[in-house]
Design a protein around this ligand. Structure first.
Ligand code: NAD
Length: 348
């Protein structure tokens, strides 16, 4: 565990502006690669983490979630929302911030924006799973849903998996145009498509990353050919899915933390007996991942707290000696720990 920051009362806060400086300084693809490794390293010690399905407060337009975990040494939580109708109001569908703390004193170590960090960690998690489950030599990815997460997903698959072509589709042409513009200098071949059907043609990986508070059918069974890997990001809430259930019947499905994914993932459409594999078991060798060229693998991604923990630890480990943060006095720090009231009065 890194040392307690000094003075005790101050902890680093990484603002959105500083997160942007951080990522641009190191480079998006390098950060995505390092995050992928950090997340995988923590998945390989899965048994050390406290795990519970996240706390979700649902309302008509969306959800607000708290995502806590601990490895016994550090604790983290993320506050995150999911409001598909936000974009129309000029707000993000997903916005977040999070905190890393020491377990031994319970004192916070770092507070940070996590809207950008969530996009980065979600993309890194997609890439981590794909590098174990996608068909060997995959070069083409379809990307259905070209919103806030899209470029991060594309660049992680390029940097980690060696993807060379991204085939884009969104119901909103402006979203696809934005993604084409943003990826223009990425060395990826970018192919905008007129339908989801067209986008999946020739793709070995299909990422679905749409936002709609509905049982949507972004992919139908006939669009899914043998041997592909599906990276399903957008179905991550009760009543919010992207895949036709016939696809699930044909696929081998891999999840983050089964109790949470049963509630929130694509598999909410299936009964409790539908078999899934927690992904950490592939890494530990307890379960088989891809075993044949015609197998359809599905990563039913909903986002899990350990991924945020890994991302927070990663950012924290790189802050030392930089100016990508400001100190905030989030903790009261009286000279005599029992004289909290005296501290208040002296400031009057
Ligand atoms: P966003 O609102 O910025 O983008 C969503 C895009 O999907 C929009 O451009 C919209 O036009 C498009 N879309 C909606 N319906 C469509 C359809 N039927 N076909 C094609 N395109 C369609 O949202 P975002 O921040 O990019 O997030 C995308 C989804 O990913 C959300 O549902 C979000 O909750 C989810 N998400 C999951 C994780 C995870 O860990 N699994 C993490 C972050 C976000």
């Amino acid at each position: 565990m890194p040392p307690i920051p000094s003075p005790l009362a101050y902890i680093p806060f990484v603002s959105v502006e500083n997160m942007m400086r951080f990522v641009n300084h190191f480079g998006v693809e390098k950060v995505l690669c390092e995050l992928t490794d950090a997340i995988e390293a923590d998945y390989r010690r899965w048994g050390e983490f406290e795990k519970i399905p996240r706390l979700a407060s649902h309302s008509r337009d969306g959800v607000i979630e708290l995502m806590p975990t601990s490895d016994g040494e550090a604790f983290s939580f993320k506050y995150v929302n999911g409001h598909p109708s936000n974009t129309a109001k000029g707000f993000q569908t997903v916005a977040a911030f999070g905190l890393l703390a020491r377990v031994d004193t319970g004192y916070p170590l770092m507070l940070t924006e996590m809207t950008l960090l969530t996009a980065l960690r979600t993309a890194a998690t997609s890439a981590m799973v794909a590098r174990h489950l996608a068909p060997a030599g995959a070069k083409v990815m379809a990307m259905i849903g070209n919103g806030a997460q899209a470029e991060f997903q594309a660049l992680a698959m390029k940097a980690v998996m060696g993807i060379e072509e991204i085939r884009l589709y969104d119901v909103d042409l402006a979203a696809t145009d934005k993604t084409v513009r943003n990826l223009r200098d990425s060395d990826l071949r970018i192919t905008p498509c007129r339908s989801a059907q067209e986008a999946v043609e020739g793709a070995q990986i299909v990422t679905t990353c749409t936002a709609d508070k509905a049982y949507a059918t972004i992919l139908t069974d006939n669009m899914v050919g043998a041997g592909i890997h599906i990276n399903a990001i957008g179905g991550d809430c009760p009543g919010k899915t992207e895949l036709h259930k016939d696809i699930l019947s044909r696929a081998d499905t891999f999840v983050e933390f089964e109790p949470q994914t049963r509630i929130e993932g694509e598999i909410q459409q299936m009964d409790a007996a539908y078999p899934v594999t927690e992904f950490w078991r592939v890494l530990s060798g307890d379960a088989v991942g891809r075993h044949d060229a015609r197998q359809i693998t599905l990563f039913d991604s909903v986002g899990f707290a350990t991924e945020d923990f890994s991302a927070l630890r990663y950012i924290y480990s790189k802050l030392q000696g930089t100016d990508f943060f400001q100190d905030i006095d989030i903790l009261a720090d009286p000279d005599d720990p029992r004289d909290l009231f005296g501290m208040l009065r002296r400031a009057a």
